[in-house]
Design a protein around this ligand. Structure first.
Ligand SMILES: [Zn+2]
Length: 493
């Protein structure tokens, strides 16, 4: 098989929701595509976080070979906090296909900034600093691209609350529809211009819609609203489905044998409660707050991300010293006196042990696990499913960068490295802010549809299997990844 491949990324896509939308007639194109191809759950990474999962898709590698589990990385050796980006990734699918002589286009995929050199075009997605940055490879294509796509939208995580009216549903849906259209137009423009063998267009809007509205969309949740569900079904998913159909049909009008792949990085579930690990660890004196810091005690992650726009500019000025700039901007704790530091927000719990202060790491870790288990007794329900040591979950070339303990939460629960404001010590955050009503789930989605695809194949596959499987479908040798080629996806003979 040596046909063209189109990958469509739907961030946070979940069969739990799409099955309902299909049943209610809001996604007829997705339904027909699934009918005509192989499909199932795409199992995400542990944890099912956007930058980890899209990093795993692009490289076929697990977190042990990626070296990060969150938006933020921690380097305790040098007391440095950093934000992940495309630089953290080993060889990507775009580079591999390029090396094999294929032309590639990657549009708006998270973790592609700074864009790497490829045979084709990369326009980076989530974690791109902004329109002024070099977010397009090749660099000299930027002006031409923006001239042809004047309303092109760069998704900036730190600007969600500034750029979107997510509390006013009808305005929000309008804003998101506009982005769907500009993304689709940019995809068709690039396909036409580049004639790529492998092209991906990624839609972030699905995730940022589902975060604030998941409970209203979830028919099993007590906050489900048929009015909101039908409004969003009509004015978002039906629109998205229609635009995907017109995009695919337009490409198919000249490339009838197009292979269409749809993937998501994780599914969704209702979010009930967030646990501030920072508070817990500081009441136990494991983590010492910097009371002289001018910062209020917000999460390390949020602080770092909020500074990110600014840091894009700082980075230019300070070049390789930019991590130090991040560190200075985010100092709510005394690194030199803290035995542990927790990172992350609305995800699994991640705890690093400061080996400069802890002599016997193994016995300290046992003590820490015992103490953490107290969290299950504090509220009305169990919050921790399992606490893993990093050896239990991960292995790989970048194992050393990973946190020492990983707390897997019960459904509906998340952890963060945060401290509550002014040190009141609220260990359990009861009222979640509006945006995080939904949270990620391990089960994402996939569809492979096209000639030669076995439409009876309906098993779950892993997100790290997509890269080697697409290489197989493109007739390329097997790349070196942690994933496997799903041969059952192809019809025999
Ligand atoms: Zn995501």
């Amino acid at each position: 098989m040596k046909k063209k491949i189109l990958i469509i990324g739907l961030d946070g896509g979940s069969w739990k929701l799409y099955d309902e939308l299909i049943k209610d007639g809001y996604m007829p194109f997705l339904a027909s595509l699934r009918e005509s191809g192989a499909s199932g759950n795409l199992i995400s990474t542990i944890p099912p976080q956007t930058p980890v999962a899209w990093g795993a898709f692009q490289t076929g590698m697990k977190p042990g070979d990626l070296g990060y589990v969150d938006f933020v990385t921690l380097d305790l050796e040098n007391n440095k906090l950093g934000i992940v980006n495309g630089k953290n990734l080993p060889k990507t699918i775009w580079e591999y296909f390029s090396e094999q002589g294929k032309k590639v286009v990657s549009l708006n995929v998270p973790m592609t900034f700074p864009p790497r050199k490829v045979n084709g075009v990369i326009i980076s997605g989530m974690l791109t600093p902004g329109i002024d940055s070099n977010f397009i490879y090749p660099r000299n294509f930027k002006t031409e691209f923006l001239n042809n796509n004047p309303s092109y939208h760069i998704f900036q995580l730190s600007r969600i609350k500034k750029d979107f009216s997510y509390k006013e549903i009808d305005r929000y849906l309008l804003e998101l529809r506009k982005i769907i259209d500009t993304r689709k137009d940019a995809a068709l423009y690039l396909f036409d211009k580049e004639d790529p063998d492998l092209m991906m267009v990624h839609f972030q809007v699905t995730d940022i819609l589902q975060h604030p509205y998941w409970k209203k969309l979830d028919k099993n949740h007590k906050d489900y609203s048929s009015e909101a569900y039908n409004n969003i079904g009509n004015n978002f998913y039906k629109f998205l489905d229609n635009r995907l159909q017109s995009m695919v049909n337009q490409i198919k009008s000249t490339h009838e044998d197009l292979l269409v792949t749809i993937i998501s990085d994780h599914g969704f579930q209702p979010h009930d409660k967030r646990i501030n690990l920072g508070d817990f660890l500081s009441t136990k004196n494991y983590c010492i707050r910097n009371l002289n810091s001018s910062n209020s005690f917000k999460s390390l992650t949020i602080r770092a991300l909020r500074k990110f726009d600014l840091l894009g500019i700082l980075k230019k000025v300070f070049k390789d010293k930019w991590l130090n700039a991040v560190e200075k901007a985010t100092q709510p704790i005394l690194w030199s006196k803290s035995k542990v530091i927790a990172i992350g927000r609305s995800s699994y719990g991640f705890i690093y042990i400061n080996e400069k202060l802890v002599k016997d790491k193994n016995s300290f870790r046992k003590e820490l696990i015992m103490n953490l288990e107290e969290l299950n007794q504090l509220g009305t329900r169990k919050v921790i499913n399992t606490i893993f040591t990093k050896e239990e979950l991960y292995k790989g070339s970048r194992f050393d960068s990973l946190p020492d303990l990983i707390i897997v939460p019960e459904p509906g629960i998340t952890f963060s490295g945060s401290f509550s404001d002014q040190g009141k010590g609220d260990l359990l955050v009861e009222g979640l802010e509006d945006f995080h009503q939904g949270i990620h789930h391990l089960k994402g989605i996939y569809i492979f549809a096209g000639d030669g695809i076995n439409k009876n194949f309906k098993s779950d596959i892993s997100i790290i299997d997509v890269f080697p499987t697409l290489s197989m479908l493109a007739g390329l040798p097997t790349p070196e990844t942690d994933g496997k080629r799903c041969k059952e996806l192809v019809n025999e003979g």
